[in-house]
Design a protein around this ligand. Structure first.
Ligand SMILES: Cc1ncc(C[n+]2csc(CCOP(=O)(O)OP(=O)(O)O)c2C)c(N)n1
Length: 230
């Protein structure tokens, strides 16, 4: 969710609705460690625990919130311990270990399905790349640390595990890469063949009818684009 923190409240709402309908569903939602310092996180966690909703909150603790390190976003020793204050279980897991994450999510989802309420899972990991294309991590962090975490890349670790079991090899890796490349290229071709998108589409679908403010913005964009064409 682009507005950090609100996804917890959305998840609580959806999970509560499913619970009222007697469905056997579990809602799982994801947030960064920086996001756990937002007010909405607190409200959602508190509300979810009180309502006992079937929800699992996975905090991807990648140790950076854009350029803000984990140590500057909270004084809590772990993110998992925040769960105690909400009255729900919390566990810190090696987020780069596929099996550890699978076990933790399975247990939390099972609890939620049995009507035992929400849980928090802190997945300890590291943001290897930049936050966005306009971000340059070398300006604010030591890239030697990044190199260390690269060795713990979960894709790498899982591949080594599968190779050790004789379930994966270079040939299969190459075939999968080719298959995925072909898929992405086909999607691109398909989208490009549909032609340019009308800029009106950006404004049309948030409300049934554009608000006066949106109409003003749309008119301004249209005038700008017409000017550009000239
Ligand atoms: C309410 C709100 N404030 C600020 C932002 C701008 N913003 C986008 S990503 C980000 C950092 C998020 O860090 P974290 O929660 O640790 O998640 P990560 O992106 O590292 O997964 C910020 C501040 C936003 N999207 N929403």
């Amino acid at each position: 969710n682009i507005i950090i923190g609100t996804q917890i409240n959305h998840a609580v709402g959806i999970a509560y609705a499913r619970k009222l309908k007697g469905a056997d569903d579990v809602v799982i939602t994801f947030i960064g460690e920086g996001g756990t310092s937002h007010g909405e996180f607190h409200e959602g966690m508190n509300f979810g625990a009180i309502l006992g909703v079937p929800m699992v909150v996975v905090v991807q603790n990648n140790q950076w919130a854009v350029s803000t390190p984990r140590s500057n976003t909270t004084k809590a020793e772990t993110i998992a311990q925040k769960a105690i204050a909400y009255g729900m279980p919390g566990i810190q897991v090696d987020g780069n270990d596929v099996f550890a994450m699978y076990a933790a999510v399975k247990e939390a989802a099972g609890r939620a399905r049995r009507g035992e309420g929400p849980a928090l899972i802190e997945a300890l990991t590291y943001r290897l790349g930049a936050h966005t294309t306009s971000d340059n991590p070398s300006l604010y962090r030591n890239e030697e640390e990044t190199a260390e975490w690269l060795e713990r890349d979960p894709l790498k670790r899982f591949r080594i595990y599968l190779e050790g079991k004789g379930l994966w090899d270079a040939e299969k890796e190459e075939a999968l890469k080719q298959e995925l490349n072909d898929y992405v290229n086909a999607v691109f071709k398909n989208v490009e063949a549909k032609g340019a998108v009308n800029p009106e589409e950006i404004f049309k679908y948030t409300y049934e009818k554009m608000t006066p403010e949106l109409e003003k913005q749309y008119a301004s964009l249209k005038a700008y684009l017409e000017e550009e064409v000239k």
